[in-house]
Design a protein around this ligand. Structure first.
Ligand code: AGP
Length: 611
């Protein structure tokens, strides 16, 4: 996610901004820049790469000034480059903007502004905001920003300065975090508390739809219609390490809690409000190619492979296209058959996984068209694929993948709806219904996050916390849920755990069942629910310990389970996106209770860039 820092006061703005941006480096970024106003003139320095590169450029191009804005960019629109780094400017370069978020209607705004004479310097959505402010500017910067934002659809946190207003910093928020720091004769803006807490711990958490006029003496807040908003500063008493995690003890727990917004962001800009039309402009695959496609190959590793399995079940069920799912490390070495009209969909959070990269190269050499689902913009997987669906999940810091997984499942569900319509396997009404169901998922995820008491209780229960081994069982769409739950537990708590298709239980794993073996059974409402209940009864008949994951309102399952974790009702095909949360949280709390290094588990790396 991008990082924003702004300053207005009596000190050197660049020093404060750069210090703040360094405190935000943990968020991940690919370029950076800073703009200040000094002696009535705007000045700006940008650089590709890490902040040390910007530091070096600033050594050569010293910027003075007591008001400024700075930014570390995590690319969403437009590849990482100096020209795409923020701040962005209006035509005369007298108004500067930094932005975190996604402007959904930026293409139409860009075309409209171009038709009115605006000349764009970058490929970003952000630059449209700078030109819009210019369009509406008649001497009142605050009014121009409010008017410009009225045209904007999507998520934003912005900072704006203008050459003719050296005593005013404007900020606004809708859907992306932003705070205002209040000091003595100075004020700050930032994406996150760590950036400014060495200067002040008195902050305003900007609310959606609020616009802030910030001066050295304080902050005035209005809504977009100009109505004043009363605000009360908070005093933050975190230490700096805790602040990076927004008060959570670990990045993993923070990222688990980000998932409702992550799903909203994965959907953002792909589906017009109230329509059935899914669009993936970056996928770079013609509808004719999707119509002609005879086979889809999904390759991935680890958690991404589990998401790929969810995708296989969705695509085959709703689009009726043959899907081959393979581990990247296997695909790359087995000289696979790649018939004409094959489309490969690599799935990778980091976009740097060596095996997945090599699998892409093998498939391309054999004539496949490659469209990746990837989280990191401009990553090797994105660059080496013909097209891409960016997850828009923000950087994932915890080594154990959580929000990236549910984001990948959501992207694959969207792709399925798009493909099924192209292949005449789904009507517009059906598509609209499924899209509406996807839109309901974030609130259902939030329900789970607001009802963790049973998960915490189980994680403290020695039956689970002190187990030597665990079995996870699921069927159909939730077979990958069982695999993912087992992977989460084993990789952060070091308890051996195995995920299995529940139908396979009698083909071997049932031999493992004893009282000491906890068996997590995914038994949400769906076509295989009764079969899961039978599996559970077989386990209980052998004194096995059963922890069921079931649908809210299902009291029947309690009679067959030692413990039950509930998720809200949702269509079975989308249930892995909800089931992911209890298995993530169960693994997290057990690992934390066992004193494990949750964010940096032993022997693991966030991205396996070597074989
Ligand atoms: C999952 O929690 C692990 N961190 C690991 O399995 C990961 O999913 C796998 O290495 C794939 O990474 P990628 O999505 O970046 O390609």
């Amino acid at each position: 996610m991008c990082g924003i820092v702004g300053y207005i006061g009596e000190k050197n703005a660049v020093e404060i901004i750069m210090s703040g941006l360094h405190r935000l480096e943990y968020r991940g970024y690919d370029s950076a820049g800073v703009a200040v106003i000094h002696n009535g003139a705007m000045a700006c320095v940008k650089s590709l790469g890490k902040l040390v590169a910007l530091d070096a450029k600033l050594e050569e191009n010293t910027l003075a000034g007591r008001i400024g804005i700075g930014h570390t960019r995590w690319a969403t629109h437009g590849a990482p480059s100096e020209r795409n780094s923020h701040p962005h400017f209006d035509g005369p370069m007298e108004i500067a903007v930094v932005h975190n978020g996604i402007i959904e209607n930026f293409q139409e705004l860009r075309e409209q502004l171009k038709s009115e004479g605006a000349e764009f310097r970058s490929d970003t959505d952000t630059e449209t905001i700078a030109h819009l402010v210019r369009k509406y500017y008649t001497g009142d910067l605050f009014a121009a920003v409010k008017r410009a934002l009225a045209d904007v659809e999507g998520a934003y946190a912005i900072g704006v300065i203008a050459q003719d207003h050296p005593d005013l910093l404007v900020a606004a928020r809708h859907g992306s975090p932003l705070i205002v720091g209040l000091g003595a004769g100075e004020a700050f803006i930032a994406s996150d508390v760590p950036a400014i807490m060495k200067y002040t711990k008195d902050v305003l958490y900007v609310e959606d739809g609020h616009v802030c006029a910030i001066t050295r003496d304080g902050c005035r807040v209005e809504d977009l219609h100009g109505n004043p908003v009363a605000v009360t500063p908070s005093h933050v008493d975190w230490d700096e390490a805790a602040a990076e995690k927004e008060g959570y003890p670990h990045f993993m727990l923070k990222e688990i809690h980000q998932q409702p917004d992550v799903i909203r962001n994965t959907l953002r800009g792909r589906v017009e409000e109230g329509s059935d039309a899914v669009s993936f402009p970056d996928m770079n695959i013609a509808e004719e190619e999707l119509e002609a496609c005879q086979k889809i190959v999904i390759v991935a590793c680890g958690t991404a492979w589990h998401a790929g399995m969810v995708g296989k079940y969705l695509i085959e069920r709703f689009a009726q296209v043959d899907v081959e799912l393979d581990l990247s490390s296997e695909y790359r070495y087995r000289d696979p058959a790649v018939p004409p009209n094959t489309i490969m969909i690599p799935v990778s959070q980091s976009g740097e996984t060596a095996d997945t990269l090599e699998a892409i190269r093998v498939a391309k050499r054999k004539g496949a068209r490659v469209a990746a689902i990837v989280n990191v913009v401009g990553s090797s997987v994105a660059r080496e694929s013909h097209g891409v669906i960016y997850q828009q999940a923000g950087p994932e810091i915890g080594v154990a993948s959580t929000k990236a997984y549910t984001s990948q499942c959501t992207a694959l569900a969207l792709f399925t709806i798009w493909l099924a319509q192209i292949r005449a396997q789904m009507t517009k009404d059906e598509a609209q219904g499924m899209i509406a169901q996807l839109r309901e998922l974030p609130d259902k995820m939030q329900w789970i996050l607001d009802h963790q008491e049973d998960i915490v209780r189980c994680a403290n229960d020695p039956k689970y916390r002190d187990a030597q081994s665990a079995l996870y069982l699921g069927r159909s769409y939730n077979f990958p849920s069982a695999l993912e739950g087992a992977l989460k537990l084993k990789e952060i708590s070091y308890i051996h755990a195995e995920g299995y298709a529940a139908g396979e239980m009698k083909h071997g794993p049932i031999a493992l069942v004893t009282e000491q073996l906890p068996v997590v059974c995914v038994a949400v409402q769906g076509d295989t629910y009764e079969k899961m209940v039978s599996n559970i009864q077989e386990i209980r008949a052998r004194n096995g310990t059963v922890l069921s994951i079931a649908t809210v309102g299902d009291d029947r399952i309690r009679a067959h389970s030692d413990d039950v974790l509930y998720v809200p009702a949702c269509p079975e095909p989308f249930s892995p996106i909800l089931v992911a949360l209890p298995v993530q949280l169960l693994a997290y709390y057990i690992a934390a209770n066992r004193g494990c290094d949750v964010d940096q588990p032993r022997n693991l790396a966030k991205s396996v860039t070597v074989e």
